[in-house]
Ligand binder design. Structure first.
Ligand code: NAD
Length: 354
């Protein structure tokens, strides 16, 4: 396994350290070679190289089989212009690697039911949703500008999608739904947005090729409400970039904490970029308080999607589950009587269980 590791900023280095530890542990157990190289991105790259996305980072990631990423950003770099901000590095690396589909599973570990913000009766038997977010289009990449006008300023961002961009992620989502509970919900705002109308048209057309998958459409405002009211109704949610960004953070709280959720950003081949859904959490950086499980589960997704080792991914998931069953918690998921542990110790406990 040849992977690139991007610690990034804030808690990034603390959590990717645990991800690497888990990968080393499974490499030893399952007897495969693991080679990794740390590269710079975001604020730390800006400090050292004067750019949030150094050429060297792109080259090393492109020459790897997969990338493990922590998070970027922080108040230290907030005053920089848009093209120099750490987030520009993040959007840039996703674009350079061509990873257009962001898979964000929201799974509730039964042990964490009490950490979820939802009542027991709403959570029912548990939660297993896959949010498929388009990652390279929409408002984050569309034409944008700020201009001076009489008496003030005017700013705009454009949501733009081509049929090609919608087609490729829709097919990916149907393939994923086929391997799950065969239900796909397109989340959009087609009552007001032109781009959403195109999404509906293309998803409707492609759905005829996947007649075994039940398709429905839902407006994003309703979806935000339904996720809280009755999350079990969802299997696969397909949505555009910005809606997916927001809904997946919402879904994370159903699972107990933002720190729990992994993600995989993939394209047509086995390559993938794997990262937790949360940000660099500057408020707890360097305190050994960050929950590393989102990153560790991202490493598990890497083994499943890029290296075709669903068995090892399952081993990691079971190890996480057992550690949680033992009552161990980082502060963000702690409840009464939890054994509170730090980032480092949580990583060690999971490795021990593996
Ligand atoms: P955030 O996700 O960093 O933090 C939100 C809250 O969740 C904070 O209270 C934080 O302490 C907590 N939290 C996040 N991850 C946690 C973890 N693993 N364990 C325990 N608690 C955790 O979001 P924010 O505060 O809005 O943004 C902070 C910075 O991160 C900003 O610069 C933002 O641009 C950046 N950001 C980066 C990414 C990314 O790299 N993918 C994503 C979102 C935000």
């Amino acid at each position: 396994m040849k992977i690139a590791v991007i610690p990034g900023d804030g808690i990034g280095s603390e959590i990717t350290k645990q991800g690497k530890k888990v990968l080393r542990t499974v490499a030893h157990k399952y007897k495969f070679d693991l080679e990794y190289e740390d590269v710079l991105l975001g604020g730390s790259a800006l400090d050292e190289k004067g750019t949030p996305l150094p050429e060297e980072t792109i080259r090393i990631c492109q020459n790897s089989e997969a990338v493990l990423l922590g998070a970027v950003g922080g108040p230290k770099w907030d005053h920089f212009p848009g093209n120099l901000r750490p987030e520009a590095g993040l959007l840039g690396i996703r674009k350079a690697l061509g990873v257009f589909a962001n898979l964000r599973p929201a799974i509730l570990f039964p042990e964490l039911k009490s950490a979820s913000n939802l009542k027991d009766e709403v959570l029912g038997k548990g939660l297993d949703i896959m949010i498929v977010r388009e990652l390279l289009g929409g408002a984050y990449f569309g034409e944008k500008n700020t201009v001076n006008i009489k008496g003030g300023q005017k700013a705009w961002d454009t949501i733009s999608y081509s049929s090609f961009e919608i087609d490729r992620i829709t097919r990916k989502s149907f393939e994923i739904a086929r391997k799950r509970n065969k239900k796909l919900t397109l989340v959009d705002k087609s009552n007001v947005l032109e781009s959403s109308k195109l999404w509906r048209k293309i998803v409707g057309k492609i759905s005829r090729e996947y007649s075994d998958v039940e398709v429905s459409c839902m407006y994003v405002d309703n979806a935000a409400m339904q996720l809280i009211r009755d999350p079990a109704q969802f299997d696969v949610i397909l949505t555009e970039n910005m809606f997916g960004d927001i809904l997946s953070d919402e879904a994370s709280m159903l699972t107990g904490s933002l720190g729990m959720l992994p993600s995989a950003s993939v394209r047509g081949d086995s390559f993938g970029l794997y990262e937790p859904v949360h940000g660099s959490a500057p408020d707890i950086a360097g305190c050994n308080k960050a929950n590393p499980i989102g990153t560790i589960m991202s490493a598990a997704m890497m083994l499943k999607y890029s290296f075709n080792r669903a068995d090892i991914a399952e081993n990691i998931k079971n190890a996480v589950s057992e550690v949680l069953s033992g009552g161990y918690r980082t502060p963000d998921i702690a409840v009464k009587n939890s054994k509170i542990v730090g980032t480092e110790e949580m990583g060690d406990l999971i490795c021990k269980k593996i």
